[in-house]
Ligand binder design. Structure first.
Ligand SMILES: Cc1cc2nc3c(=O)[nH]c(=O)nc-3n(C[C@H](O)[C@H](O)[C@H](O)COP(=O)(O)O)c2cc1C
Length: 411
């Protein structure tokens, strides 16, 4: 075969997608190493393999090269830590055709359970493009999976996802809600409310981060002010007092910042994890009931598998509720941290006023500049805090509504 022929053939090559409906839902269960132990008819049929060919085989039997190695690296990294994981996966059937799924993989007794739905949201479109460019980088640059995973995380951050948990929450709730709509089902009020909490949580975190970064930018101001006060001599006595106070306050701010940021991150994470767990429990509920109605497949103990699914569903329902009730507690912890910041911020405001009066009186350029920096920092803290307090109120009200909706749904 000559070169032009190869080119022509590859040019003509088109991947073929296997059609399946939004109503179809797959599951497979593996051992701890990812070897297939069980599954349902939808999984078997769409894979194109017989059950005998799938049973006991590693799950990469349906691996498609269009999924970056980074994704599986991340998946296994999380699974080994016992963390539930959501990911878009492109699979290859026995005859070489492909199909995309959104997989929710959770640790279960003796291994892992993967439940998969058909994706179709706007997030999915973005992810497909990201996967394509990551696969190219992995191939062309020989990027090892761990480094590639770091790039994926950086890309997700650039797209506005604070963490993989934030990406999972946004992607699963988009896929879940989109699918419910396509299936003409009533939207789940609980998830709609979670979807509203997620941007508020991200906003809270962003405001806390602005304060923290502001501190880093201006952290040498009090010390520099102290040095200048020393150089001015007696005339700078008042500035010396101001800078000493400012220095003490700055140290207090520094000590409080780690806890403040941690508390903001915990609030955001609890909301993201809670949304993911809740949607997971809904999807697991659906597979548990649809599997009961499926005809038994030779080689799969239908009764035992149904029990497995029920058990997993019950565990995740409980986990989802735990996360949901945890939000309020984490918000309170964050509020305590934010109130402490507020106390420190009012100290800053007082120093700012005194500093401005003194620097006006002294008219020393360097002192003026430093006081201007102090003003800039105080503005960052003040604006950040007012944004935080507003967002905190919105989060509290939203969490209450969510708890009510959950209770109504459970009743
Ligand atoms: C429960 C479970 C389900 C999985 N489902 C898939 C899947 O649908 N497609 C896939 O390619 N890999 C899946 N994997 C990941 C595979 O185990 C494997 O990591 C991946 O196919 C990459 O294989 P490779 O490292 O040999 O390229 C699954 C793993 C587990 C634990």
């Amino acid at each position: 075969m000559d070169f032009s022929e190869t080119c022509e053939q590859s040019h003509l090559y088109r991947e073929v997608e296997i059609p399946f409906s939004f109503a179809e839902i797959f599951f497979s269960r593996t051992d701890t190493r990812g070897k297939i132990q069980s599954g349902n008819e939808v999984f078997q049929r769409i894979s194109g393999y017989s059950w005998g060919e799938l049973a006991g085989r590693p799950h990469n039997i349906i691996r498609h090269e269009g999924v970056p190695r980074a994704v599986f690296w991340l998946l296994w990294d999380r699974l080994k830590k016992g963390l539930q994981t959501g990911a878009y996966v492109k699979n290859k059937s026995r005859d070489g055709r492909f199909y995309w799924v959104y997989a929710i993989i959770t640790p279960c007794e003796g291994g892992f359970l993967s439940v998969r739905i058909k994706p179709g949201s706007a997030v999915f479109a973005v992810v497909q493009a990201e996967y394509a460019s990551l696969v190219r980088m992995e191939t062309e640059e020989g990027l090892p999976p761990a480094e590639s995973a770091a790039r994926l995380m950086a890309r997700l951050a650039a797209l506005g996802f604070e963490s993989y948990d934030a990406f999972m929450a946004a992607s699963l709730s988009a896929e879940f809600s989109g699918r419910e709509e396509k299936l003409q089902r009533q939207p789940r009020q609980t998830l709609t409310l979670y979807e509203r909490l997620m941007p508020s949580a991200a906003r809270l975190l962003a405001a806390a981060r602005r304060i923290s970064e502001g501190y880093l930018t201006y952290r040498f101001v009090p010390l520099n002010l102290l040095v200048h006060a020393g150089q001015i001599g007696d005339a700078g006595a008042a500035i010396a007092t101001i800078s000493t106070n400012y220095n003490t306050l700055s140290e207090e701010i520094e000590q409080g910042l780690d806890g403040f940021m941690d508390a903001a991150r915990t609030v955001s994470n609890t909301i993201n994890v809670g949304a993911f767990l809740l949607a997971t429990s809904y999807v697991q509920q659906e597979i548990a009931s649809s599997f009961r109605q499926e005809a038994a497949m030779e080689g799969v103990d239908h009764e035992k598998e149904s029990d497995y699914l029920d058990q997993q569903q019950a565990i995740y329902q409980e986990e989802a509720l735990k996360s949901l009730t945890g939000i309020e507690k984490e918000l309170q912890a964050f509020f305590r941290n934010a109130s402490e910041m507020k106390r420190l911020a009012s100290g800053l405001a007082a120093i700012r006023v005194m500093g401005k009066v003194e620097s006006g009186r002294l008219s020393v350029a360097a002192v003026k500049d430093l006081i201007a920096d102090l003003e800039a920092f105080q503005d960052i803290v003040q604006n950040g805090l007012s944004d935080i307090l507003q967002t905190n109120d919105a989060l509290r009200a939203g969490t209450l509504r969510l708890l009510e909706a959950y209770a109504t749904e459970a009743a």
